[in-house]
Each structure stands twice: as C-alpha cells, then as structure tokens.
Ligand binder design. Structure first.
Ligand code: FAD
Ligand code: EPU
Length: 345
C-alpha cells in the first residue's frame, strides 16, 4: 500500500485521484487549529480544504489535508437588516436555500456556487451581478499558530474581483472559521446580468430570481457530480483602456466591461471560444462545449492533461489577442500551493 493513504477524490471537484499523507475532518475551530499545529510539529505541510471546487491537485499531497466542516447558522434580526453568523464549513448553496426558505432574501443571485461558506470570501465569489462583498459584514479568521480569532470587517478584507486579503497577507497560517453576512430587509432584485433582465423588477420574487439563476447555470455549467470541473478555470482578464480599444477595433463584438478603476474586463470564455477551442481535448481533459471558460475532466484526465490543456488554451488566446490568461483555480503541489501561471506558462 502506498504511504499516501487518504484519497482526496471526494475533496476535489475535478475528481482527480490524488492522495494525502494525513486527513483530518475538522468540525470545530479548535480541531482545525490542533491539526495544523500537529502538522507543524511534524514539519509537514498542511492544506485547508473546503469542498475542493477551486483546486487542482498536481501531485499527491505530502502532508495533512484539513477539511473544514465547521457548522452552524445563527440569524439575528436588526432594525434594517438580518445578520447571519455562518460556520465556515456550511455548504454555500444550502445556505442560499436556507435563507430563501426563511424569507431572508439577498443571496439568490449566487445560488448554486459550489463550496463552503468559509471559502467564499477568499476569492470573493460572485455571479449574476452580485459578489460576496455586497453581503459580507465580517470574516472571522484564526491565526493558527496561536489559535486566536480575529474579526475582520468587510472593508478590511480588501475584496476585489476574485481577490481578497485571504490570497495575500492572510493566506499562510490563517483559517477562516466563520463568515458574517448582512441582508437588507428592503430587498431589491438585481437583474442586470444576462437573462435576468427579462424578469419584471416590480413584481419579481427572490424565488424567481433564484430559479432563473439555477436554470442559466444548469444550461451552461457542467455538474461536478457528473463531469469533473472547477468552474471557470481562468479569471476574466482586466486590461487597460488602450488595449481594450485595440481589441474593439479588430473584434467589435468582444464583450467588454468597463471597471471603476479605468480598466476593462474582457470575457475569457469569449476569447477562448474565438480561438475555436470549444471541445478541444488533451488526453482526458477538454474545453467544455457549452462554456469555453470551463475545463473538464472528460474521461479519466490526469492533472498533467489539465495542465497541458490550460497551457494550450492560454497560449492560443495570448497569440491571437495578446491577452495572457491567469488561472482562477488554485494549483496544489506536493507541499502546497504553486504559482499557477508559472506551471502553465
Ligand atoms: P476549496 O476549493 O476547497 O479551496 C479553495 C482555496 O481556499 C484553497 O487554496 C484552500 O486551501 C483555501 N481554503 C479552503 N478553506 C479555507 C479556510 N477555511 N480558510 C482559509 N483558506 C481556505 N466561483 C465563483 O466565484 N462564482 C461562480 O459562479 C462559481 N461557479 C462555479 C461552478 C462550478 C461548477 C464549480 C466547480 C466552481 C465554481 N466556482 C465559482 C468556484 C468555487 O465554487 C469557489 O471558488 C468556492 O468558493 C470554492 O469553495 P471550496 O470550499 O470548494 O474551496
Ligand atoms: N462567452 C462566449 N463563449 C463561451 C463562454 C462565454 O462567447 O464559451 C461569452 C458570453 O456570451 C458572454 C460572456 O462571454 O457574452 C460572459 O460569459 P458568462 O456570462 O457565461 O460569464 P463568464 O464571464 O464566463 C463569469 C464568472 C462565473 C460566473 C458568471 C456569471 C469569472 C471567471 N467567471 O463567467 O464564475 O458564474 O460570470 O456571473 O469571473 C467561477 O468563477 O468559477 C464562475 C463560474
């Protein structure tokens, strides 16, 4: 038997056959902290995992995988808003469903995003016009060396597009243990994105927005339970206004989203699609037919297949548009995270 005994297959939505030396399922912040400190004592790496819906295992993990399953949802009523304190291991979509069933709307645009609530602040999850930052009140983060828990306000989290302080200053040696959400009692539908603008703003209900979001997602995104994937493999690139002008002259139909800081976001899926890469395969990995930004484990793919495919996609898009895509997915090597661009460049 291999010394790498614990399968990580249930903990990565790419459905890859990776293993870890040790595996701990932590149901309390204390368990999580103890597991991390034990791995430090053994001088072994530790990896925090939620549901593995944004990670790509490059190799077996030579240390302790700590799976966060800290539960609990506490709702408090304020004068103008509902305040939710949510354990980091709560499944995000179940939380969205729970809020809808309990007449606490505000999360419906972010229905069906896989993963744990505690992972949501890390890349500031977002979909259909709403990001976590729009509903986040605070994040409780544990300093693993001391076990001390610090409460960061949403502002202190430095949320950006697929970015936060948890990818920078609070990345190593910290674990998110709870998330505070604030849901305004005066519900306003957000119908700016895609087909949602077909709904009537005066009469639409949170449930109808939820249903429309679920339907759009089902029509485009593969279900990881059937086809391994990690959602958008790359981030949508943000380029300068000057670069965007050049692209618009040659490809006037390229989707362009002006940003508050003057940059312009492009749709990576459109760029990949325009390179005629839908369905393109390397080994068992392929570009999804219905959404080119999603790379799938089509048929027993290895991580090498996915890396080679990602390299090819990035290269083709770069050569055609002079725009160089960066993975959204986090690449995990034998001892921890690796620089994803470096791996596929
Ligand atoms: P994991 O993949 O387990 O972990 C992600 C990273 O966070 C890793 O580096 C891990 O080490 C670290 N981490 C995990 N838990 C903790 C913790 N408690 N404290 C500190 N660090 C931790 N994302 C969007 O934003 N919008 C979408 O619309 C969207 N759609 C998706 C659709 C599909 C089909 C899939 C598969 C993914 C999609 N994603 C989307 C990506 C994914 O859902 C999010 O990134 C999600 O927040 C990941 O949660 P997770 O628990 O699976 O994190
Ligand atoms: N497009 C194509 N061809 C494709 C895919 C997309 O032409 O194969 C075009 C679409 O027609 C549209 C544009 O590209 O004009 C954007 O496509 P879409 O609305 O599907 O959104 P996206 O930019 O591909 C982003 C997020 C998703 C999120 C959706 C909905 C990123 C990296 N991805 O995708 O998040 O669900 O918007 O808000 O920002 C994720 O992060 O994993 C993820 C799935």
């Amino acid at each position: 038997m291999s010394s790498q005994q614990h399968s990580l297959k249930p903990f990565n939505t790419f459905n890859l056959d990776a293993f870890a030396k040790n595996l701990v399922v932590a149901t309390t912040p204390e368990m999580l902290c103890t597991a991390w400190q034990e791995s430090q004592r053994l001088q072994q790496p530790a990896l925090l995992i939620g549901e593995g819906s944004n990670i790509l295992f490059l190799q077996d993990f030579q240390g302790t995988a700590i799976v966060n399953r800290i539960e609990g949802i506490v709702v408090k009523e304020g004068a103008e808003a509902w305040h939710l304190h949510v354990g980091a291991g709560e499944n995000w979509h179940r939380l969205v469903t729970y809020t809808l069933e309990n007449a606490l709307p505000g999360l419906e645009n972010m229905a069906m995003i896989p993963g744990c609530t505690g992972s949501a602040p890390i890349q500031n999850i977002g979909a259909y016009g709403v990001e976590l930052k729009d509903v986040c009140e605070y994040v409780d983060v544990m300093h693993l060396a001391t076990g001390k828990i610090e409460r960061l306000t949403a502002q202190a989290c430095e949320f950006g597009y697929r970015d936060s302080i948890f990818k920078h200053r609070y990345q190593h040696g910290y674990a998110i243990v709870a998330v505070g959400l604030i849901l305004n009692k005066k519900w306003q539908p957000i119908l700016s994105y895609g087909d949602l603008n077909q709904l009537a703003p005066e009469t639409v209900t949170p449930r109808q927005v939820f249903d429309a979001v679920c339907e759009m997602r089902r029509s485009k995104l593969p279900d990881p339970a059937e086809t391994g994937n990690a959602g958008s493999f790359f981030k949508n690139p943000v380029i300068t206004a000057e670069q965007a002008k050049v692209i618009a002259e040659v490809w006037p139909d390229a989707p362009r989203y002006p940003q508050a800081d003057g940059g312009v976001k492009l749709a990576a899926g459109w760029l990949i699609d325009r390179c005629d890469l839908k369905g393109y395969a390397v080994g068992g990995a392929a570009v999804h037919q219905r959404q080119a930004l999603v790379l799938i484990n089509k048929d027993r793919a290895t991580s090498d297949d996915i890396v080679a495919l990602a390299h090819e996609v990035r290269q083709r898009v770069g050569e055609k548009f002079n725009v160089w895509l960066e993975p959204e997915v986090r690449f995990i090597g034998a001892k921890g995270e690796q620089d994803a661009v470096g791996v596929i460049a």
